[in-house]
Design a binder for this molecule. Structure first.
Ligand code: HEM
Length: 119
């Protein structure tokens, strides 16, 4: 069980870091930072991995528990789900979609990393 949680949290953090990091890198419209279809697909694949691993961790580690840690993770998870919806849905304004998602995913990262310390 410990090994499974360690493997899942590693996968979760790696996928999440790529998703959030690439989103932040694509917030300006310079040609060097063009959102290619390949990069967009990689981003969405990382989003699915982060969400599935995060949901599994939630089931294994948090379960039905309540409290500040669960609240912090829940706010982060909600922001991540909205970010995925914005990136997948706003296909006609990709740079704006990345900007909105970048703000939401920044909130996610902060909520996730402070969650063990909120009392
Ligand atoms: C729906 C989306 C998400 C869900 C349901 C979710 C769920 C979780 C859960 C339950 C944990 C706690 C695991 C544990 O303590 O064993 C966690 C930790 C973490 N999550 Fe997420 N997460 C989501 C999205 C993200 C994203 C997009 C990132 C971006 C980087 C991220 C980064 C992290 C990190 C770094 C931790 C480790 C925090 C620590 O213990 O220091 N998560 N997540």
């Amino acid at each position: 069980m410990r090994i499974l949680v360690m493997a899942l949290i590693s996968l979760h953090a790696l996928a999440g870091v790529f998703w959030a990091g690439s989103t932040l890198a694509l917030t300006h419209g310079s040609p060097a930072h063009r959102i290619t279809p390949e990069l967009f697909r990689a981003q969405m694949a990382a989003a699915v991995l982060a969400i599935v691993a995060g949901g599994t961790l939630w089931g294994l580690v948090i379960g039905g528990a309540h409290g500040p840690m669960a609240d912090s993770l829940a706010v982060g998870a909600l922001c991540a789900l909205v970010a995925a919806g914005v990136q997948g849905g706003m296909r006609s304004s990709p740079v704006m979609a990345q900007r909105i998602a970048a703000v939401l995913l920044s909130v996610t990262v902060v909520c996730m990393v402070i969650s063990p310390y909120v009392t």
